[in-house]
Ligand binder design. Structure first.
Ligand code: BGC
Length: 374
């Protein structure tokens, strides 16, 4: 830590300021304002000096965490850092022990996408005692004062965009309805799930109250619509039960609010297997390959593109700023309270995606190859 403290003092003396944030820049690209003596933009620089960074990801089972983990590793290494990247198989004790190992093996900073936001308090106390900064990656780590920064996409906005899409598609301001809606959200331990659900329900609830949207299963409360581990098969089984109990008599399902793509895939599978009415509007998030294929096939109506390359790039810039003792500006300092106070947050912008713009968003930008989607 001595080196780090020295770095902090030196750079305070240089009063270098690094601007970090996705802001309203549509590509989300950070333009760090470096002054003489400051490090260059993370990609391609050697400012990392070989320092070891721990990157803890929740699972390899869902597409996005593989991408996030690989993007972080590649970009940190390009910036000159050494990386200990671990995936925790969606098992909380595994994630705790991987983080313990990162601390004991000399990681100087931790980037963590938690499985359960409430389960890392004890292990992160060790990080705090050793002055190891912690960046909560994508998911906020709750009730721990060891969390230094949070970097994510604007999660409330994701839910809001899903809700607004449904309002528009059903023309809820003009149509009388009622339309049948079902709801599928994510893991109760993932704080993001609350924001996705909250953002969407703040838009949809007035239409439910007005009787334009009805939920035949009666499953509306967050606890009733959650999906453990965001697992596709869990969403599928719950949805198969909903179809057989409430829609097997020919009742038409108009719309499904699914918070993300892994759960939307479960819904689409269940619809394929046991639903005979007209295909409902179905939302999602992440632009996973299987779901973009479903969008092209007309089985999913929209997704939200969260460019994991951008988030990784912003977090690498953040790591670089912390390790080089630079001030980080451009953060949201109001929205994300983890129970110990507001955590300064870097918010990247989520982008609406559907059959009309997926090529531009995903293929032209090199996120996927056209062949990935065939
Ligand atoms: C992420 C979503 C993802 C979900 C399941 C959430 O925390 O923000 O992008 O779909 O986890 O992996």
């Amino acid at each position: 830590m001595k080196k780090k403290l020295l770095g902090v003092l030196l750079s305070v003396a240089m009063a270098a300021v690094l601007l970090v944030g996705c802001g309203d820049n549509s590509t989300g690209t950070t333009t760090p304002a470096t002054e003489e003596g400051g490090s260059e933009e993370a990609g391609g620089s050697t400012s990392g000096g070989g320092h070891l960074i721990g990157v803890s990801m929740p699972t390899k089972d869902l597409q996005r965490w593989n991408q996030d983990g690989e993007n972080m590793k590649t970009q940190l290494e390009a910036a000159g850092y050494s990386v200990d990247l671990q995936f925790a198989s969606n098992d909380i004790p595994t994630q705790v022990s991987q983080i313990e190992n990162m601390i004991s093996s000399g990681c100087e900073l931790l980037v963590i996408a938690s499985i359960d936001g409430d389960s890392l308090g004890t292990v992160l106390q060790q990080a705090k005692e050793q002055n190891i900064p912690v960046i909560a990656y994508d998911r906020l780590i709750m009730n721990s004062d060891a969390v230094t920064y949070y970097a994510t996409f604007d999660n409330y906005l994701v839910g809001q965009k899903q809700g607004e899409f449904i309002v528009e598609q059903l023309d809820l301001d003009n149509a009388a309805g009622p339309f049948n809606l079902e709801i599928v959200t994510g893991d109760p331990g993932d704080n993001n799930a609350n924001f996705f659900y909250g953002g969407a329900m703040d838009v949809l609830q007035p239409y439910i109250d007005a009787g334009k949207l009805v939920v035949p299963s009666g499953q509306i409360e967050k606890a009733a619509v959650s999906t453990a581990n965001w697992a596709t098969d869990a969403a599928q089984s719950r949805f198969e039960a909903i179809i057989s109990s409430y829609y097997s008599d020919g009742t038409n399902l108009d719309v499904v609010l699914a918070s993300n793509d892994s759960t939307a895939l479960g819904v689409a599978n269940a619809l394929d297997a046991g639903y005979t009415g007209s295909w409902p509007i179905l939302t999602g998030q992440d632009c996973d390959v299987a779901n973009v294929k479903n969008i092209i096939a007309g089985k999913q109506s929209m997704s939200i593109f969260k460019d994991t390359r951008t988030l990784a790039k912003e977090v690498v810039n953040m790591v670089d700023a912390i390790m080089n003792g630079k001030e980080i500006t451009g953060l949201d300092t109001e929205t994300y309270d983890n129970g110990t106070g507001v955590i300064p947050s870097l918010l990247c912008e989520p982008v609406f995606a559907d059959v009309n713009n997926y090529k531009e968003l995903l293929i032209d930008s090199g996120y996927y190859q056209e062949s990935d989607l065939q």
